[in-house]
Design a binder for this molecule. Sequence first.
Ligand code: GDP
Ligand code: MG
Length: 786
Amino acid sequence: MKKMTLKDLNIGQRAVITDVEGEGALRQHLLDMGVIPQAEVSIVKYAPMGDPVEVRIHGYELTLRLMEAEKIKVKPVETIEAEAPAMETKAKPSKAKVEHPGLGEGGKYHPKGSGVKLPDDTILTFALVGNQNSGKTTLFNQLTGSNQRVGNFPGVTVDRKDGVIKGHPNTLVTDLPGIYSMSPYSSEEIVSRNFVLTEKPKAIINIVDATNIERNMYLTLQLLEMEIPMVVALNMMDELHANGGTVDVNLMESLLGVPVIPISAAKNQGIEELVDHAIHIASYQERPGRQDFCDENDHGGAVHRGIHAVTYLIEDHAKRCGYPPLFTAAKVIEGDELVMEPLKLDQNERETVEHIVQQMEAERGLDRYAAMAEMRFAFIQKICDLCVKKPSESKERIKSERIDNILTGKYTAIPMFIIIMGLIFYLTFNVIGAWLQDALGSGVDWLTQAADSAMEAANVYPFIHGLIIEGIFTGVGSVLSFLPIIVTLFFFLSILEDSGYTARVAFVMDRLLRKIGLSGRSIVPMLIGFGCTVPAVMATRTLPSERDRKMTILLTPFMSCSAKVPIYGFFVAAFFPGKGGLIMIGLYVLGIITGILVALLFRKTLFKGEAVPFVMELPNYRMPSARNVFQLLWEKAKDFLQRAFSVILVATVIIWLLKTFDTSFSMVTDEKDSILAMVAGWIAPIMEPLGLGDWRICTALISGFMAKESVVSSLIVLFGDSVSQAIGSAAAAALLVFSLLYTPCVAAIASIRREMGSKWAVGVVIWQCAVAWIVGLAFYLIAGLI
Ligand code: GDP
Ligand code: MG
């Protein structure tokens, strides 16, 4: 009989994993997420399009594609019970009430004040490490306070944030990307691992989600192996308590050998105590009391003996590299080349390791990867059995299930998605954002007026006057007026993200995006692209793979941004009155179709290969913390303002100068003689085949590089109402298509440059123009025939 796989299970049916097939990083990742032999799984649901699938394992929800599900062999629980009816039930420890500290109450494991203290002026560096959604950002904000120096470090794949702990000037906390294990699965995991391994923080603050200790602890054990002073912050204790769960913190401390501090980051409970312990262990450099978790009685101690044999063998190499021996041994057993390389084991040593490992595999009956993962999960199981009283039912989980019945339901998921996104865009662009934009716009207008009359009265030199009013105020002002829309859009999107809905969208949409070589996670940035490319490009930072991230960045400009709406409106009114709705929808769809075609092309050329496998946790829905949301908005706004007053200011001034002066640098009376008109004149022949050879149209398009809205304002200035006499309707169609597809504005290019570098940014400008030219020409020719 063919072995049963996860894919063959019915919804709700329970089964035990017997084997996890496949190989490489993906399999390692699955094992690290707790998909190990002997673990119990059940299918929660399939995505509306039948793939991926949501499973429940170790008390949390995980999504994976059918392709991966097929590799996981299972045995339904009923058959196991039928085969071995008298299976002995594990002796559970008594659940008698144990005394343990509550929130913020002193931990007792570490008597303070022992050992040798680091000099007082040492900067205590802390790494904030934990799973995704364990509350790192919330804790970081609590630790540093919102008015602390929070800097972004561009250049790394994902943002890394540093900040000083409130009231402790000699500290520096770094918020690292969320990771599930110390195996290099995705680029952020490598960033986080290298940070711990090579930058040697003085201590680690490991944040563990108390409502999901089983999975979160896996990383904890690996971090303990690093032999860096560490405290465990047991977060979300409020939720655990509210559901009737408890943790015997003292026992957990003694089992792990590090201080464990129950906290609630969202409710600001236990933070002071956490800081207290963290600073103590860092300044006294108290290393974890335990690094080794293998059980000498488990399956004849096969894994235990294997690990220690390898540890002794490589100890000198590890020491030379400054790597902790047990961590190194584990990585050597797993054959992790990133760690093996610097060790420089000779041929003989490598072979000895291989022999030891093979012996271990044979005795344990599992391959090395599964054996190592199983060993860690067995220890975690022991901790959980001894110290954790899990709530029988979690309110949050029941609530999440109810919400998910609708939001990821077979028939409701996609309609709900469309309604939610529609509502967000409606509110952003038509209601809140637009209202704020108008308000800000009138503010800027008023300021402009005031400055204008002031300079008038003071008889300022006309050149300076023009530069300040037309160049700076009008130019930067028009860009600035987008701030409210961007902030509002980010407000909604951060709520989607923090509440846990974004993960669901990725789950629902994965199948569609796979067809163009991306994974479900790329959908979010693309949706934002309909609003504005700038935040869309920024939003790609959440994607786990470089390839997906780059490809998504290159596709977002095809999602017609809101600043192009005025262009469409202008031409529809002039050339195709009454057909507005149809043409607008047509343009949006054309953008999407072009994007899809380009994605298919990229997939065959620049970005060969497959999107990252879709193994993702579906966290419970949670109320986003107001503090997180406002901190994020503040950062985005600051970021945007910085750009508006740097890149955009400079570019505005340049355009203004070009349209004001001629080549001999005297001010022109007719813009036709300006440098801009001259440059536009060079471009005119290129645009001629599309019927757009008029220099004024070229000028308008160039000014659109500044901001798309200025295409319309330039056209109005240069043509008045007579556009329809200057070009025909075929050319107008070509112009619409060209405007839809040609280069994104400077702000967008600047953010692409920040994410991908100058070469790509320039590439995007040229490439988008080329695509726009080709498609525009096609439309011109076809429209000419009709
Ligand atoms: P990160 O992904 O690790 O940075 O996690 P976040 O800080 O973004 O938190 C994920 C979610 O958990 C957010 O919705 C937070 O509001 C929520 N959260 C964080 N800490 C707590 C806590 O102590 N209790 C509760 N109930 N929720 C929390
Ligand atoms: Mg976060």
